[in-house]
Design a protein around this ligand. Sequence first.
Ligand SMILES: [Zn+2]
Ligand SMILES: [Zn+2]
Length: 243
Amino acid sequence: MDIKGVWGRALHFFFPLKCHCCLRDLSFDCQGPLCPECLKSLQEIRRPYCRLCGSFLKDGGDLCRFCFEEKSVNFKFSRSAYVFEPVIRELIHDFKYRGFKKLGAWLGQRMAERISYYPEFRNYDCVSFVPLSAGRLRERGYNQSEMLAQEISLRRGLFLLKGAVIKKKNTVAQAKLDRAGRIENVKGSFSCVSPIAAKDLRIILVDDVATTLATLNAAACAFYEAGAKEVACYTLAREIFQN
Ligand SMILES: [Zn+2]
Ligand SMILES: [Zn+2]
């Protein structure tokens, strides 16, 4: 072992890194922020899933009950890497609201790996993301969805489309609203600023969590105004709206 390796092990012995979720000491060779137990508890979405919104269908079938009734969706389909369960929820929360910006690269890598599970993304040329309003971006300092999209772009060799769509107004946090309120809240809140920026592109629109799909739906609409040929969504986690 070279001096760097010895030093690394000594440092690890005295100051071991902790699992981001359960605070157990991480082993020296552990990659990423989670211990093996917490990592194992992340639930990847597997087949069968809803053809439209990508949620897991425990009783099988083609569409979930929401999509069965839903008639006005602007994107082709939506898929997610994980079920929105406690460990991923905590990671997303810390990444978004508690300044743990570094989690973004690791979460983006997970998304980049998991996207290969979905052959329906094969024909897509580029990645983009749900923009934040200028006010929110100033407040947070970074757009979490942009960081995820950046990582996917890098690892999958896909072009990263920026600046075609903006978020015009600072909307109320979706989590505080019911289903109808969420749809109304984001309606018309995105706009296309460059009508040819996305011309003829098939875009993978990235966001952190999909819940009612209202945000993705409104953002997809603006990407079509920017000339997109197709828009499909991809999120880190899929939360099932219970209301
Ligand atoms: Zn842990
Ligand atoms: Zn569905």
